[in-house]
Design a protein around this ligand. Structure first.
Ligand code: PLP
Length: 415
């Protein structure tokens, strides 16, 4: 059956579809697959325990049933939005009102709305793109726009650090905002690299965006104040020119599918119209469960004292495994500043990272090939084929066994 252009665009092979199918297969296969691909967060006992208690209370007092039995408005559950307004204003003095926040069915869903609002065909032959100033960038952005070639990315500057680490930086000297740019977007912490843009870098992007009268989109899925999987001290930035996106997924509720967008009221109104057409309303279950934690501000303590140290410890353990098992000095690990991934660069890798992914999958290890993380950048740059992303959030034993499989393959390739 022939599909429409729109249909073809969304049914073609995409990295994010492969990643989510692998993730599901990995979860279903249990211990048979070493699941270091995908972006599933860890099941942290203290967080699961607290969420279970809240759900039990809400089940017995009827609140959970009430949420399930009603639609919310297209902007999302008002009581949760009100609680978020208070939390953010108390923390950062942003002067938000409920007109500044909307919810979505996961932040992935919000990015579809945001990118299609700001990039694509503007009539009279004008086309706009989203600028990703620091490649590599999140795989999930790649196919979100209904128009082709909606992203343009900038190659990073690379600093080689001691002990086999490296770090990407925005190459501000080469960052040019032309008329075809509709918005700038960064994930902070960055998926896949774990990079965290400094406050100075974000402030420079903010100034550039304002000078060109385009929004700065900041994807804060792993950032502060929740889930706060961020290992250095930085401040979140928001002003009327910023579209700041959060998610409940990495707090521990990916199945609840709840994203949060903070923006100026006219943007929230526009995005809420998308929501009405595409989904009537975003799901209310995540907002209902997390609302008490936001109202009491307990979410901050859980993020700072439970989630952050949990991931930090795991990241350091995974680095030890990698450095013990992988013999080649050609492996470099991106400095780990946040998120739940390690980004590995194998300089002069004799095969494409896509082929490495296939070989590892045959041996029961799932990782993600790095080439997917360069939306908007030509793959002529060899570096795009020399990197992989590992999720280190799984149990220690799974991570250890996964790194053993990876090490066998890599050591043989460089031998
Ligand atoms: N942004 C980043 C950087 C992510 O890593 C993810 C998921 O892994 C998302 C957005 C989308 O997450 P969700 O739709 O679960 O909120």
């Amino acid at each position: 059956m022939p599909y429409s252009t729109f249909g073809n665009k969304f049914t073609q092979h995409s990295g994010i579809t492969e990643l989510m199918e692998d993730l599901n297969a990995g979860v279903l296969a249990g211990d048979d697959v070493l699941m270091l691909g995908g972006g599933n967060p860890a099941r942290i006992p203290e967080i699961q325990q607290r969420l279970t208690e809240i759900m039990q209370t809400q089940l017995s007092n009827g609140q959970l049933m009430n949420t399930l039995a009603n639609y919310d408005g297209p902007q999302g559950k008002n009581s949760f939005i009100d609680a978020l307004v208070v939390l953010f204003n108390d923390l950062y003095d942003w002067g938000l009102t409920s007109d500044n926040i909307m919810l979505s069915n996961g932040s992935q869903n919000a990015f579809f709305y945001i990118f299609n609002l700001l990039a694509g065909d503007f009539g009279n032959g004008i086309k706009k793109k989203i600028l990703l100033p620091l490649a590599p960038e999140y795989i999930g952005y790649t196919d979100t726009c209904i128009t082709e070639d909606a992203f343009v990315a900038l190659k990073p500057k690379i600093t080689k650090l001691d002990n086999g680490f490296f770090k990407y930086h925005i190459d501000f000297d080469k960052l040019k905002i032309t008329d075809e740019i509709g918005a700038i977007c960064v994930s902070r912490p960055t998926n896949p690299t774990g990079n965290v843009l400094t406050d100075i870098e974000v402030s420079r992007l903010d100034k550039l965006a304002r000078a060109h009268n385009i929004p700065l989109i900041i994807d804060n899925a792993y950032g502060s104040p929740f889930p706060n999987i961020i290992f250095k001290s930085v401040l979140p930035l928001w002003n009327e020119n910023t579209i700041l996106c959060f998610s409940l997924s990495k707090f521990g509720l990916p199945g609840a599918r709840c994203g949060i967008v903070i923006a100026k009221p006219s943007t929230i109104k526009a995005l809420s119209s998308f929501s009405a057409v595409m989904a009537l309303a975003p799901g209310g279950i995540g907002p209902e469960i997390v609302r008490p934690l936001v109202e009491s501000k307990e979410i901050l303590g859980l993020s700072d004292d439970v989630i952050k140290p949990y991931y930090y410890k795991k990241s350091q353990q995974a680095i030890i495994f990698l450095q013990q098992k992988i013999k080649t000095p050609k492996m470099r690990i991106h400095q780990v500043e946040g998120s739940l991934f390690l980004w590995l660069w194998f300089d002069d890798l004799p095969i494409h990272s896509k082929e490495l992914y296939k070989r590892l999958k045959e041996k029961g290890l799932l990782i993600v090939s790095g080439h997917y993380f360069f939306p908007g950048l030509s793959q002529d740059w060899k570096h795009t084929q020399q990197c992989i992303r590992l999720n280190y959030a799984q149990d220690k034993e799974i991570v250890r066994r996964g790194i053993d499989v990876l090490a066998d393959e890599i050591n043989a390739l460089y031998a």
